[in-house]
Design a protein around this ligand. Structure first.
Ligand SMILES: *Cc1c(COP(=O)(O)O)cnc(C)c1O
Length: 362
């Protein structure tokens, strides 16, 4: 017998229980067809209708204008690190990148075979505790695009503004922040995100691309990774990740039922504020990131006495609070509190943290 635990995993992350229950109810018999949605052709009219509906729900949630294409791809955000220069450089030779941590640095490193990545600003000298200000961004006028990561999932560092890049398209790796709050899509040339944080299960990658940026792919771009070809084929140039796409549609449904992204943003702020407040009020836990740049999705913290780390994690798990260990590259703790993580999970975590502190650090 098992009950669902509170899951703070950074990704693949928690999914709404209501979504999993609906998927379970529909698993063997989708729409009364006597088949699972996994077992039918992606070109079946019912499947095509379902994914079109999923896309229109996403467009409604995010307010995606008609001059943007929505692509449902594979390969994760990591594949996009290379697909961006392959699809967007065209006749240009370089692009601008902002470095705020591990994921933006990986995007920079992946650019090398395709062109020059100019690192126009970095948080490295400040220990990745704040993001560069708009004034510190010295754009190259002939850059193909400007790339940044609004929310660094590993460090727990987030932008509190959208860089203004003028006429140069802004590209955002929104893997860990998409759908967590309303955004103005028109500020971006491309938004991309692996699904496994805030959209659905791993295997699906969302790419939202402004139409005028299509059509510059290099000749070496494999067809399934060519934005323009996928856009022309409704993301069905080849077999898409059909089950992941279906589940993403259920999540979009659930988000609309919750009241949309404005409501989610309010809930997410309550959760994050509660957790940071507990950290700031304690003597055992700390987070040194500049307050305005603290992530609302991935809350990182360390224990003053690192010798307590193992016991903290073990007791948390015994209390039904799972996956709080920080990324292997930075250590410490990390509570990922995406849309599907309920307020009750954060309240339970805060109660546990206080109790643990009282017992070990009185
Ligand atoms: C998780 C994550 C990635 C990597 O995603 P994959 O799907 O594993 O390639 C990239 N960027 C950010 C911001 C992430 O959170």
């Amino acid at each position: 017998m098992s009950t669902r635990q509170f899951n703070f995993c950074a990704g693949p992350a928690a999914l709404p229980t209501a979504v999993l229950e609906r998927a379970q109810a529909e698993l063997l018999d989708w729409q009364g067809r006597g088949l699972s949605v996994m077992e039918i052709s992606h070109r079946h009219p019912a499947y095509m209708a379902m994914v079109q509906e999923a896309e229109s729900k996403l467009r409604q949630l995010m307010g995606i204008p008609d001059n943007y294409k929505v692509l449902f791809m594979q390969g994760g955000a990591t594949a996009q690190f290379a697909l961006l220069p392959m699809n967007l450089l065209g006749t240009k030779t370089h692009a601008d990148y902002i470095d705020t941590g591990i994921w933006s640095a990986k995007a920079i490193a992946a650019m090398a075979p395709y062109g020059a990545a100019s690192e126009i600003a970095s948080s490295a000298s400040g220990g990745y505790l704040n993001v560069p200000s708009q004034g510190q961004l010295k754009f190259n006028k002939d850059a193909a695009y400007v790339h940044y990561c609004p929310n660094e999932t590993i460090g727990g560092l987030a932008f509190d503004y959208v860089p203004n890049t003028g006429a140069v398209p802004l590209i955002a790796d929104m893997s860990s922040t998409i759908l967590s709050e309303p955004i103005d899509v028109t500020q971006f040339g491309v938004i991309y995100a692996g699904a496994q944080k805030n959209i659905g299960p791993a295997g699906l990658t969302l790419v939202i691309v402004r139409e005028d940026l299509l059509g510059s792919a290099s000749k070496t771009t494999p067809n399934p990774f060519n934005y323009a070809l996928q856009a022309a084929n409704d993301s069905m140039l080849n077999t898409p990740p059909t089950y992941g796409w279906y589940l993403a549609g259920l999540v979009f449904d659930w988000l609309l039922q919750q009241g949309g992204l404005g409501v989610m943003a309010e809930k997410n702020a309550v959760k994050a504020n509660r957790l940071y407040q507990a950290i700031d009020e304690s003597r055992l836990y700390s987070n040194n990131i500049v307050i305005a740049n603290r992530s609302k999705m991935n809350v990182t913290f360390i224990l003053e006495d690192e010798a307590l780390n193992a016991e903290f994690l073990q007791q948390a798990q015994a209390n039904g609070l799972l996956n709080l260990k920080g990324h292997r590259s930075v250590g410490g703790m990390r509570a990922s509190i995406y849309n599907a993580v309920p307020e009750a999970a954060v309240f339970a975590l805060v109660a546990f943290m206080k109790d643990f502190e009282t017992r070990h650090w009185a």
